[in-house]
Ligand binder design. Structure first.
Ligand SMILES: [Zn+2]
Ligand SMILES: [Zn+2]
Length: 265
């Protein structure tokens, strides 16, 4: 174990974690309840202000047109994301998913809720629905990261969490190994709606960790619409981005890479 990592572990044992920002580890009187200080939250939320995102799929497209959602047929879905899927932001979600860092759902979910509040999408939301995991994956990992995020988002927005509104219908191949077209085909019919919740005419907020092609969120939105939802919003932590923007904005995105090397974990 590296010395810094070891020291941070001891430090966290000695002092209550909630007093520290998970990102910069400063003991800050302005620290929010969700484990992130106001300074770090402000800097991360500024990224989506500075980098124009597609209003439909959340892709950070800069000055260009969005290449990501051209083939979308589902008209009722609008997705927003907090950060580009790159650098430390990518590692944060990886740690949440694969390294058992469930505590990261707190600041990440908090920032997702902040982003939605800024966009003014929150008032008409009837309920918050997580994208479900395959049963086999969930029992392997012990938790669904999207549910952890949805819980925090729902609390922050003061909306009900419908944790079981969607379920996985069939076993499908993991999306990562498939091409874009294969993904779209693979995911169709992968979800079903739990009939107990009534939602005719409602606006539903879907929560997932990342949006890539959008196939998963589109399939979920389709099921929710068939079940009576009038509108579906999606929120994810990270989205794809126009690589040309990298050079221009790398400075502000990778500020956190430095923080991570020194302190995070
Ligand atoms: Zn901080
Ligand atoms: Zn788009």
């Amino acid at each position: 174990m590296e010395r810094q990592v070891w020291w941070n572990s001891i430090w966290k044992l000695l002092f209550p974690v909630k007093d520290f920002c998970l990102f910069c580890l400063e003991k800050s009187p302005s620290a929010e309840q969700r484990g992130i200080c106001g300074n770090c939250a402000g800097k991360i939320l500024q990224i989506s202000e500075d980098n124009k995102a597609c209003s439909r799929c959340g892709y950070f497209m800069g000055e260009n047109n969005c290449p990501n959602c051209r083939t979308w047929t589902e008209m009722s879905l609008r997705v927003s994301s907090v950060v580009p899927h790159e650098g430390m932001f990518r590692e944060l979600i990886y740690d949440l998913k694969y390294n058992g860092r469930k505590d990261l759902a707190e600041p990440i979910g908090y920032l997702m809720a902040c982003r939605l509040k800024k966009l003014g999408f929150t008032e008409k939301i009837r309920a918050v629905v997580p994208v479900p995991l395959y049963f086999s994956r969930q029992s392997e990992r012990g938790y669904n990261q999207s549910l952890l995020l949805a819980k925090v988002v729902a609390e922050e927005l003061g909306k009900p969490l419908w944790a079981d509104a969607l379920a996985r219908e069939h076993f499908h191949h993991p999306q990562m190994v498939l091409s874009r077209e294969e993904r779209m085909k693979n995911i169709k019919g992968a979800f079903k709606y739990s009939q107990e919740k009534k939602m005719s005419g409602s606006t539903i907020l879907l929560v997932d960790d990342i949006i890539t092609t959008g196939a998963t969120l589109l399939a979920c939105a389709d099921v929710l619409r068939q079940a009576g939802a009038a509108e579906v919003y999606g929120v994810t932590w990270a989205a794809g981005y126009n690589v040309k923007m990298m050079e221009k904005f790398a400075g502000s995105w990778f500020y956190y890479q430095k923080v991570k090397e020194n302190k995070y974990k």
